[in-house]
Ligand binder design. Structure first.
Ligand SMILES: [Zn+2]
Length: 310
């Protein structure tokens, strides 16, 4: 069990931040043509990047949902000016001194430098159409959104914060799974976050999990699937092991939409698929239905037979 002492607090200012760029804009070094055009991976239509971005990164021709960056996701989800980031200074070194083609510490430093964030999730509080929430958004661009000690710790702390403040929690996950460079320590985060969710659930507070493209591996196998409501966007890849491994293991021919949101919905693994244009309004409606801010939560449920004592 990685105790909290292993997590080194690091001042946010120590993390070198890149120059702020507009959401969705590519690196300044990228060729100009890539800035202007974007090709839909589904229908191969080429469109103006600006136009696609205005359409929430959804292809205007076929409706394919392209991935959003963390900044874009935050901008289209939270009410303007409502976001307050928390636990931004939680960081970890290289506990296993892991080296593959290059040392983990170098990979981590490069990811921090290019993203300006300490790890693959941001957590905090915000409001969604004036409903106060605890909000977590995973960053697939940060080492594939992989779940290491910091991701687990920040999420567990956010659930505890939401519990203490009677806030509902909305999580957007996008992850390739556990971070192999942190070995078993990263796998332990599945249990740590799951037990924080169990405490949160005991207080009857709502947890809405939005599984974005892609949500796989240990993240799909733990907290992303533990929402009171598990919802997704059209076409999102959601699964545990990849298609090739599953096919080799089972020896079965897999359907073409295997591990896609639509397949999971049809087989009872998701509660809804919500188009991106309706996500914010849907979350707002769900929050209104599931949570009354001033309602007393965590009241003990009456025991069976309590009435008879009257
Ligand atoms: Zn398209």
């Amino acid at each position: 069990m990685p105790d909290r002492g292993q997590i080194q607090s690091e001042k946010t200012e120590n993390i070198e931040r890149p120059q702020q760029t507009a959401p969705g804009s590519t690196q300044a070094t990228a060729p100009a043509s890539e800035d202007i055009w974007v090709k839909c991976p589904a229908c191969k239509e080429i469109a103006f990047r600006k136009e696609v971005e205005r359409n929430l990164n959804v292809c205007g021709k076929c409706g394919h949902h392209l991935r959003l960056t963390l900044t874009q996701r935050l901008a289209i989800t939270a009410d303007r000016g409502s976001w307050r980031e928390m636990f931004a200074d939680v960081a970890i070194g290289d506990p296993l001194e892991f080296v593959d083609s290059k040392p983990y510490s170098s990979r981590l430093a490069a990811a921090r430098k290019s993203s300006g964030r300490n790890d693959a999730v941001v957590v905090g509080t915000a409001s969604i159409e004036e409903h106060s929430v605890a909000l977590a958004i995973m960053d697939f661009e940060f080492m594939g959104g992989s779940m290491g000690v910091v991701v687990g710790e920040k999420l567990a702390r956010l659930f505890d914060h939401a519990l203490a403040n009677s806030l509902p929690l909305v999580l957007f996950s996008a992850s390739g799974g556990a971070r192999m460079q942190e070995g078993a320590l990263s796998l332990m985060q599945m249990a740590k976050v799951s037990s924080a969710i169990a405490r949160f659930r005991d207080a009857c507070l709502p947890f809405i999990s939005v599984l974005c493209d892609p949500t796989t591996g240990g993240v799909a196998a733990s907290f992303a699937m533990l929402g009171d409501l598990n919802i997704s966007e059209p076409g999102a890849l959601i699964g545990f092991a990849g298609r090739r491994v599953t096919k080799q293991t089972t020896g079965e021919d897999l359907p073409s939409d295997f591990q896609r949101a639509e397949f999971l919905l049809a087989h009872g693994m998701l509660d809804a698929i919500v188009p991106r244009s309706q996500m914010r309004a849907t979350l707002s409606r769900l929050l209104a239905m599931l949570h009354r801010p001033n309602a007393k939560v965590a009241a003990p449920r009456p025991k069976a037979g309590a009435r008879a004592k009257k």
